[in-house]
Design a binder for this molecule. Structure first.
Ligand code: ATP
Ligand code: MG
Length: 410
């Protein structure tokens, strides 16, 4: 429960009416996108940063939000005026990180948490790009509640939005995801800002994935992949090379060819099928949608004759990547079938295709690009739904696909 003070109802001022315009009369200048100097970040933003836009960058603690944005500021400071407002770390801490990353000498920095002071600074200095790290530390005297409370965060974002539109400052807001992703988290701001980026990845692995959840100026399907190193985040231009390599001959592993935005991506899918005494066997997926996983398991039992009713099924996607796309269904099904039967998938096979509830395979979008990616990575065979151009093995149904892909199926 958050207490909010009632608004004072004074005498109402007359509001001047403004006549509507026809769209043809509206003058809109096409503003040039600015490169952030981090190619993977540019890709996720839809080809660069739009001037005067507000971008919310969310992510779990320690995933590397401050590192990513400081790198971008460092690169942009060579061309324009940039400002880092830090409320979380001291100036000295930021200096240490900047030393590790290198090339950040011209970044201007302000340690401030008072909202009015931050807005003032933006208006006075009017930098081209500003980073607020983080929006949860900003605090305004006029609003009740502690810093980070819903009313404070919402007010801070609304004020910054107005200032950045008026002063033409492209603003990155860093937001922490709270445990449930709701209260005082960046969720309450998603509808306000132009662009919401989510920085994901296992804190304990080096790879991080940046994706757009919302983008008013571009596609939300693009994906940026980074590796965290001692000298900062390094873009991974060819993630298939990293995530799609299987040792071969392993039971329970398959390579799925998915599509993330305009980029095909090979991913290793691992599965484990273990007998259980639970009345409700578990279906646990890391990186896959639980509903999709349950559906694939059901289709495997019903239409491919795999007895999974008394087994726990675990599925994991390599590298902490999350799959949202139905084209990966076949790869997931292959990994589960391989684990259930105890036979490996043939070496050098990549698969894609959507699985229907009837057990029939359906074509996936942009098949030719997926096939090409498999070729590029040196996979010998591409298993795809019937009618896919360029595939080396085609299958009408899931049952046919399994017998084509698994070694000596029993
Ligand atoms: N010397 C180093 N070598 C390798 N990785 C490092 C080094 N120093 C920091 N890191 C990585 O950087 C991460 C912290 O990055 P950063 O501070 O940018 O994260 P953040 O998302 O801003 O965190 P917070 O939520 O605390 O603000 C650490 O989890 C660690 O993985
Ligand atoms: Mg940080």
């Amino acid at each position: 429960m958050v207490a909010e003070a009632p608004v004072r109802s004074g005498s109402r001022r007359p509001v001047p009416t403004r006549a509507p315009l026809r769209l043809v009369e509206v003058v809109a200048e096409e503003s040039e996108r600015v490169s952030t100097g981090v190619p993977e970040l540019d890709r996720v933003l839809g080809g660069g940063l739009v001037p005067a836009s507000v971008v919310l960058v969310g992510g779990e603690p320690g995933v590397g939000k401050s590192t990513l944005l400081l790198m971008a500021l460092g690169a942009m400071s060579k061309r324009t005026k940039v400002l880092l407002v830090t409320g979380e770390e001291s100036v000295a801490q930021v200096k240490l990180r900047a030393g590790r990353l290198g090339g950040c000498d011209d970044v201007e920095i302000l340690a401030e948490t008072e909202l009015d002071a931050v807005c003032d600074a933006l208006e006075r200095w009017s930098p081209a790009v500003c980073v607020i790290d983080s929006v949860q530390t900003l605090w305004s005297q006029e609003i009740g509640g502690a810093p980070g409370s819903v009313s404070q965060v919402r007010e801070a974002a609304a004020r910054l939005l107005r200032v950045s539109k008026e002063a033409g400052v492209a603003t990155f807001l860093v937001g922490h995801v709270t445990k449930d992703g709701t209260v005082a988290g960046p969720r309450v701001l998603e509808h306000l800002v132009d662009c919401v980026l989510q920085f994901e990845g296992d804190r304990y692995h080096a790879h991080r994935v940046l994706r757009a959840v919302k983008n008013r100026f571009g596609s939300t399907n693009e994906l940026g992949v980074f590796e965290m190193t001692g000298a900062g985040l390094v873009g991974v231009p060819d993630p298939s090379e990293v995530f799609g390599r299987t040792p071969g001959g392993e039971v329970g592993a398959a390579v799925a060819c998915t599509l993330e935005g305009t980029r095909p991506l090979l991913l290793e899918i691992q599965a484990l099928v273990a007998p259980t005494d639970l009345a409700m066997p578990r279906r646990v997926g890391t990186g896959v949608d639980p509903k999709r996983l349950a559906m694939i398991v059901a289709v495997l039992s019903r239409h491919a004759g795999l007895p999974l009713g008394a087994a726990d099924v675990f599925v994991n996607v390599a590298g902490g990547v999350r799959i949202d796309e139905p084209g990966a269904d076949l790869g997931i099904a292959l990994a589960i079938a391989s684990a259930a039967k105890g036979v490996p998938v043939r070496e050098g096979v990549g698969a894609f295709g959507e699985i229907g509830l009837t057990g029939r395979l359906r074509g996936a979008a942009q098949a030719d690009r997926r096939v090409e990616e498999c070729r590029k990575l040196g996979l010998r065979a591409v298993l795809a739904p019937a009618g896919t151009k360029g595939a080396t093995a085609e299958a009408e149904t899931l049952r046919q696909a399994l017998s084509a892909a698994l070694e000596n199926p029993s």
